[in-house]
Write a protein that binds this ligand. Structure first.
Ligand SMILES: Cc1cc2nc3c(=O)[nH]c(=O)nc-3n(C[C@H](O)[C@H](O)[C@H](O)COP(=O)(O)OP(=O)(O)OC[C@H]3O[C@@H](n4cnc5c(N)ncnc54)[C@H](O)[C@@H]3O)c2cc1C
Length: 389
């Protein structure tokens, strides 16, 4: 039986392990944490609507259900030519026929980022956001700034949606507590039109939402640095903030940068549309680790990571059997997101034909909750998978 090593236990790695196992391969997944973290529903941690445990699925439960093996031990080095993986403990993993790289991405580092917290960083940061917000509410007033940064080398690695979601959720939460007027909320981003990937109509709607909810906006000026108590900008302006949430744009994972694999300008692993890597037979890169091909508006997303994972399970199995049939992720490229506001949501969809943003007051919030429930239980095999989800 051929053996496959999957590095990373996020959307891409878990989905790959599940689908590779369906093909009766011997599958081992390596992760630095013992749970699969459902990032899209972690946006409710800062407002206390859910806890980290609510949006985490233990990897051993997934492994037991699907029959793959799990090693919880961070990858310290990957030498691609030798197909050799060294773990933090010193353990070396060699002799795997195939390796699937699904380690996610790193974040671009900016001056003073230690003064910020991110909803897209380590899960512990989401909990720290909750604690800091709680402390501000106890104090009775404060200034809160939330935003995201750009990556001029790869716009697909810019993650703005969760910044809007957390900001609107905080606004709703403060209103529910009856203390909104004691807080100043500001959205910031260095680009002139943050969120443009969603399309022009979405931008107009976002502006309306900012105005309606008295959320200030500072965009189009480069961030110089984050400091204790605020953010400094290139034009000399400053946002004062007691709590700054900043989602830095992505860059390639540090382990993969040193692996000897071909990298894009932004340090993501260069693959073809079948997630194969030229010159490295038997190694595949999927999810946020891979350099995403496609139109300018493309974005690294969970559903694209899962499509890549399923494709790789198919492509790899056919490779073993010398069958010349492969699946590409290109026709599945779109932006699909239910952007939550805490009391509703907006359905966001973007493809080559353009963008849509459809308001879904009240019901949208519960739809996203329903998706979180579906994600956990379908992965655990407790309910059937809906085709395409
Ligand atoms: C707050 C938030 C909201 C989002 N909302 C949406 C949404 O609504 N819709 C959507 O489609 N997408 C959404 N996304 C994007 C989506 O979550 C990502 O595209 C997706 O998680 C990518 O999956 P991945 O497996 O490639 O990376 P990740 O999910 O980041 O997984 C990488 C895994 O590798 C592990 N790892 C990292 N380094 C090591 C190491 N050295 N050794 C061992 N293991 C390691 C990590 O622990 C992690 O489990 C959101 C993202 C965030 C952060």
């Amino acid at each position: 039986m051929k053996n496959v090593l999957v590095l990373g236990g996020g959307f891409a790695g878990v989905e790959a392990a599940i689908y590779l196992k369906k093909n009766d391969l011997d599958v081992t997944l390596v992760s630095d944490r013992d749970y699969f973290y459902i990032y899209p529903t972690s946006i409710w941690i800062p407002t206390g609507e859910v806890t980290r445990e609510d949006v985490s699925v233990p990897l051993d439960s997934l492994a037991m259900k699907h029959g793959f093996k799990v090693i919880v031990d961070p990858v310290r080095a990957f030498e691609a030519k030798e197909k050799k993986v060294t773990l933090e403990s010193g353990r070396v993993l060699e002799d795997f026929d195939y390796i699937v790289l699904a380690l996610g991405q790193d974040k671009i580092q900016h001056k003073g980022m230690e003064h910020t917290l991110s909803i897209c960083g380590k899960p512990e940061e989401a909990t720290a956001l909750y604690e800091k917000l709680d402390a501000l509410i106890l104090k009775g007033n404060g200034k809160i700034a939330m935003g995201f940064g750009g990556n001029p080398k790869d716009s697909s690695a810019v993650r703005g949606g969760p910044a809007f979601e957390v900001l609107f959720n905080v606004d709703t939460y403060l209103k529910k507590k009856g203390v909104r007027e004691n807080f100043e909320l500001t959205f910031f981003a260095p680009m002139a039109k943050p969120g443009q990937k969603m399309g022009d109509k979405a931008l107009v709607m976002m502006d309306k939402m900012f105005k309606m909810n008295n959320i200030h906006k500072q965009v189009g000026v480069k961030i110089t640095e984050f400091v204790e108590g605020g953010i400094a900008f290139e034009d000399g302006s400053k946002i004062e903030s007691d709590l700054t949430m900043f989602i830095s744009a992505g860059t390639g994972h540090s382990i993969l940068k040193e692996s000897g694999l071909p990298l894009s300008e932004a340090a993501f692993v260069v693959t073809n549309e079948y997630n194969e890597i030229e010159g490295f037979e038997g190694i595949y890169a999927i999810g946020d680790s891979a350099s995403l091909m496609g139109p300018e508006w493309r974005a690294k997303q969970g559903h694209v990571a899962e499509v890549m994972a399923k494709n790789v399970a198919y492509n790899l199995f056919n490779h073993i059997q010398n069958i010349d049939s492969k699946q590409s992720y290109m026709e599945h490229l779109n932006i699909l997101c239910v952007m939550d506001t805490g009391n509703g949501a907006a359905f966001v969809y973007r493809d080559n034909k353009g963008g849509k943003m459809i308001p879904m007051p009240f019901v949208g919030h519960w739809m996203k909750k329903g998706w979180g429930w579906y994600c956990r239980n379908s992965k655990l095999g407790k309910i059937p998978r809906i085709p395409g989800m």
